[in-house]
Design a protein around this ligand. Structure first.
Ligand SMILES: Nc1nc2c(ncn2[C@@H]2O[C@H](COP(=O)(O)OP(=O)(O)OP(=O)(O)O)[C@@H](O)[C@H]2O)c(=O)[nH]1
Ligand SMILES: [Mg+2]
Length: 170
């Protein structure tokens, strides 16, 4: 059986929760502070069409939406992380989308709105992010690194979508 290894880059402003989300996926805890710097990997199993599929993700954390082609190079997918308790900068997101469009090898793009456990303090809503998601043709996930199921549903869906895209290209 073939091994599937994908590099997944989490990109977002400082404090949006990138390390916490990676910790949740890798260790099933959100204690970002205990996370060693460097590349973390996680093997996950997905059931699809009666088959058990094995995947391995390599995670990379990238601060800010400045768009560094070198850092993004080699990523199968990128997840733009937003913090629902912080305002989002639409112009910045558009600049980043333009940058992505200019890349030679375009990674699959995903959007994640994090910290939904603090939805009563939210200033960025699902309705604010949906137009961006559809303009980027990217799925949008509402997650909290404190809520294990929201993160595991996201990573499973990302794995399936990456797999489907890979099969499409053959
Ligand atoms: N309430 C709540 N807090 C969160 C959540 N995710 C992250 N945090 C908190 O937000 C703060 C920043 O989280 P980090 O995971 O360090 O964010 P980061 O994007 O890796 O930050 P930098 O590496 O500094 O860019 C920490 O205090 C986390 O505990 C969440 O889903 N809910
Ligand atoms: Mg971090």
């Amino acid at each position: 059986m073939s091994r599937r290894i994908w590099k997944l880059s989490l990109i977002g402003a400082p404090g949006t929760g990138k390390s916490s989300i990676i910790s949740r996926i890798v260790y099933d805890t959100d204690a970002a502070g205990t996370t060693a710097r460097g590349l973390l990997t996680k093997k996950i199993k997905v059931k699809k069409g009666g088959h058990n599929l094995d995947f391995e993700f390599i995670f990379q954390e990238i601060d800010g939406l400045e768009g560094d082609a070198k850092q993004i190079a080699g990523s199968s997918g990128i997840v733009l992380i937003f913090d629902v308790t912080q305002p989002m900068d639409g112009a910045e997101v558009n600049r980043f989308a333009k940058f992505l469009g200019g890349l030679e090898k375009k990674p699959m793009i995903f959007l994640a709105a994090n910290k939904i456990d603090r939805k009563y303090e939210a200033v960025t809503w699902q309705e604010d992010l949906e137009p961006i998601a559809s303009s980027l043709d990217a799925p949008l996930y509402m997650i909290s690194s404190r809520q294990s199921d929201t993160v595991s549903e996201m990573i499973t869906d990302i794995a399936i979508r990456l797999l489907e895209r890979k099969n499409e290209k053959r």
